[in-house]
Design a protein around this ligand. Sequence first.
Ligand code: VG1
Ligand code: CO
Length: 554
Amino acid sequence: MLKNSQIKIQPVKTQAYNDQKPGTSGLRKKVKVFQQMDYLQNFVQSIFNCLPDLVGSTLILGGDGRYYNRESIQIIIRMAAANGVKKIILGQGGIFSTPAVSHLIRKHKALGGIILSASHNPAGMDGDFGIKFNISNGGPAPEEFTDAVYAESLEITQYHIGPIKGIPLDILGTYTLDEMEIEVIDSVNDYAELMATLFDFDKIKALIASDNFKLCFDAMYAVTGPYAIRIFEEILGAEAGSVIRSDCLPNFGGGHPDPNLIHAKQLVDIMFDVEETGSAPNFGAASDGDGDRNMIMGDYFYVTPSDSLAVIAANAHLIPAYKDGLKGIGRSMPTSQAADLVAEKLAIPSYETPTGWKFFGNLLDDKRITLCGEESFGTGSDHIREKDGLWAVLCWLNILAERKQSVEDIVRQHWAEYGRNYYTRHDYENIPIEAANKLFTTLQANLGTLMGRIFNNRTIFIADNFSYLDPVDNSQSNNQGVRIIFDDGSRIIYRLSGTGTEGATLRVYIERYVKDINEHDLDTQEALYDLIETAELLANIIGYTDRHEPTVIT
Ligand code: VG1
Ligand code: CO
């Protein structure tokens, strides 16, 4: 009888698809699209074709547990074996958070990692699925690589796939398929160990054990459940039940695991004590589908992601991993300028990058920055090359343990010292693509006429479409969002989302800086009222989309 390895498996002929262009963060489509004949196979083979060092390499593989995760993993394992990969390190049950994959790539010096996730997009049979490739530094593949994968996917005619051999995803151990080794490891261990090296776990344990401290973490039925239970409850001693919605369900419980005031309503209600139990926890947090984002709350208090980045930066010296200081801070262009003010005070450089974590990779590798963040609830540091939700939560717990103040007091003191950057993002989801394109073309065409014009007593002094020149490899990224910047530092930014799967999503980001402490108590939407009005006026959002309200305000 022939052994598997002796059977020469012929490549499978396939037809190219023309819609496999990765967006802000990998390829995201409806599950039904991914389930089309050879759709996943084509994309995976296109990735493999762009990796000259694939034969003999190690890859990390796992996903956020959403519907179609397990089936995809079995397919990818068979394809990796047939393409000459030497070893796959797989998360138990097919589960890995995005930051865990980033860490494991670095730890094992792997060639890269495949993450099956559509992050915050809803899951389930009728929901979304996605696939991201991370390179050997642990970070999302840069545009040059994703462009090459797309080009490959347009021309693909065949793929390689090994024999069917169901790998027991749930049982730890080492298996083989053809010549390839598959090691199924605990999804949480390595990540939890890394966290213990960065933070003062003893101090955090003491804080959590104190009588007057209670925390609540909302895993939103997505990937962080097992991570949060292990770290917060088992290692740091939070009482059982501190982690809510901790089961990692294939449909994320029917929800939308986007940690914001709308989608994490359950947590928000607990933190604002809407049931009037008289005992709102002191600290609340939530994470997204694949565990790379976070929302931070105090009792009756919400911290904007831009402020969270600035506060972590200003207090980083209290955290063991950053006690020797920060090299610099990076933020995506639409993120508020609060972190820049901290960088200025610390006399360290600050960088403004396009949206998407891939742009931070070079700055981190080149040791230009230590911390980075995005307004979309993503924060991270040089410990890995992805944004990291639980890491951000641990930063806050470490800071709280040191400062022994409430979340609100810490943020208010921050504003008193640096001033407050009022900030909001208005999303118009699922608008017709043509309408979105028309709005943008017109806005773009008008930019030249806007300089010097005055709206609500503010004069426009920059009106352009943001371009980024990467200072490390000199690559240029154009059309990264329309910026309207006023003479008082206020900004209005317009972008089209690159992660949606239905229609177009227009994001409008609005910011205003207020130094005067007597004006730090305004409601955010009220504080930004006139800029919101200007944003409508400049882009004629109602005219083009017939939408009178944003779908989501964060
Ligand atoms: C959104 C966010 C962006 C984030 C990206 C991926 O992109 O705005 O800041 O990096 O999602 O995050 P877009 O193009 O839709 O605005 V994740 O956690 O969803 O992979
Ligand atoms: Co995510």
